[in-house]
Design a protein around this ligand. Structure first.
Ligand SMILES: NC(=O)c1ccc[n+]([C@@H]2O[C@H](COP(=O)([O-])OP(=O)(O)OC[C@H]3O[C@@H](n4cnc5c(N)ncnc54)[C@H](O)[C@@H]3O)[C@@H](O)[C@H]2O)c1
Length: 372
């Protein structure tokens, strides 16, 4: 009874007694706004997305390292006009002309709701965030964007019965987690605001799934390596910069120690994993949050691989204590066996393919720039 009374105080209206079944009571923000849209006993499939309909997709924080690539992939699959990219920054011309783009601040709940309603959105991929190093430099903004923003996203998704994807990270683990390999379920005590906010997102998303039937899906990405988009201030950014510098000057100064092992993935694998988990039948998902992995290496091992292509390449080390402390608390390797077993995850890029692809990209761009 105490639980029921507390819940009643929280939601401000009658609550069914606690039981293992799902209830239709929605968070307080929904009440008096629109009728709950999650039917009693709803399963994990979005009721608004029938198998014959194409999803109507909204991507938040879409102008960072990963969003434009994700929009391109989803547009190929679902059609250009079914995928809306959004951010609070001004898009470059090629993005603006590449498909629908709108301004969306995840801190503005009413506007988010307006966007979802006016565009008949059925899938939301929530990429807005302040990453690890940037978040430590501005904790209050990181707390607002990563936590308050997520609350808005969860509520609008539950209210409109969306399928919601929120990426998590290796940063959601901490020094007391098993680090090599790190399983899906283990202790998570991160020491950055980024990590804390991602654990919060994982737990709250899972809670909304069991409590309100929200179709919440989440992958813990490793460090993502991309050629045509810049990283946004994470601890694994060195593994992008090294290729640019190797091609430009043959030298690279690394801000992590030579032996710092971290899990990594090429962007193409990351975006494909995201599409695959979004399309996975609900009954194949034994969990709502999965580790995904591709490779794991140290700066020294990466440099050795670069040397095979750029024989004059030199790496030196000037360690940034903030980033090193973060990296030392993160997994060295992720155990992603559940993703492989449940929905068939398989990475395509190992270290040699990654290095060849990245060097080819920067090499050909440098050659074009020199020719011009
Ligand atoms: N890139 C990686 O290596 C990596 C690894 C693990 C997880 N992730 C996760 O993937 C997602 C995308 O990562 P990314 O590397 O593209 O991030 P990024 O930092 O490059 O981009 C984040 C975007 O969020 C936007 N943003 C900031 N405040 C906002 C607000 N109030 N409203 C709307 N948008 C706002 C920024 O303008 C930026 O374009 C993030 O959630 C991140 O935590 C990324």
């Amino acid at each position: 009874m105490l639980v029921t009374r507390m819940l009643r105080q929280m939601v401000g209206r009658t609550v069914a007694p606690a039981c293992s079944c799902r209830t239709t009571v929605l968070p307080v923000r929904f009440l008096g706004i629109s009728p709950p849209q999650v039917p009693a006993g709803a399963n994990s499939h979005s009721a608004s997305f029938s198998e014959t309909d194409l999803p109507r997709v909204l991507i938040t924080g879409g102008l960072g390292q990963l969003g434009v690539g994700l929009a391109n992939l989803l547009r190929k699959r679902f059609g250009k006009d079914n995928v809306i990219l959004s951010d609070i920054k001004k898009p470059p011309a090629h993005v603006f002309h590449g498909g629908p783009f709108i301004y969306a601040d995840v801190l503005d709940y009413k506007h988010l709701r307006e966007i979802v309603v006016n565009n008949r959105v059925t899938w939301l991929l929530h990429y807005s965030a302040l990453l690890s190093a940037v978040g430590e430099a501005n904790v209050s903004l990181a707390r607002a964007v990563n936590i308050t923003g997520l609350h808005n996203i969860l509520d609008v998704s539950a209210e409109h019965n969306l399928r919601l994807f929120v990426p998590s990270t290796i940063g959601a683990f901490g020094p007391t987690s098993p680090r090599n390999p790190t399983p899906d379920l283990c202790i998570q005590r991160p020491r950055t605001i980024y990590g804390v906010s991602k654990v919060h997102a994982e737990l709250l998303g899972e809670y909304y799934h069991y409590r309100y039937g929200l179709d919440f899906r989440c992958l813990r990405y490793p460090g993502i390596i991309s050629a045509d988009s810049q990283p946004g201030g994470g601890t694994t950014d060195y593994a992008v910069q090294i290729f640019q510098d190797a091609v430009k000057s043959g030298r690279f100064e690394c801000n992590l120690q030579a032996s710092t092992r971290l899990p990594m993935m090429y962007i193409e694998d990351c975006l494909r994993a995201t599409l695959e988990i979004m399309e996975a039948p609900a009954e194949s998902l034994s969990m709502r949050i999965y580790n995904v992995n591709a490779m794991s290496f140290t700066p020294e091992e990466l440099a050795q691989e670069v040397l095979k292509h750029v024989p004059e390449f030199q790496i030196t080390y000037r360690v940034d204590p903030l980033r090193q402390a973060i990296a030392d608390s993160w997994p060295m390797n992720l155990d992603d066996s559940n993703a492989r077993k449940d929905w068939g995850w398989k990475h395509g890029f190992d270290l040699p393919e990654l290095v060849t692809t990245m060097l080819n990209f920067y090499g050909s761009h440098t050659r074009v720039a020199q020719a011009n």
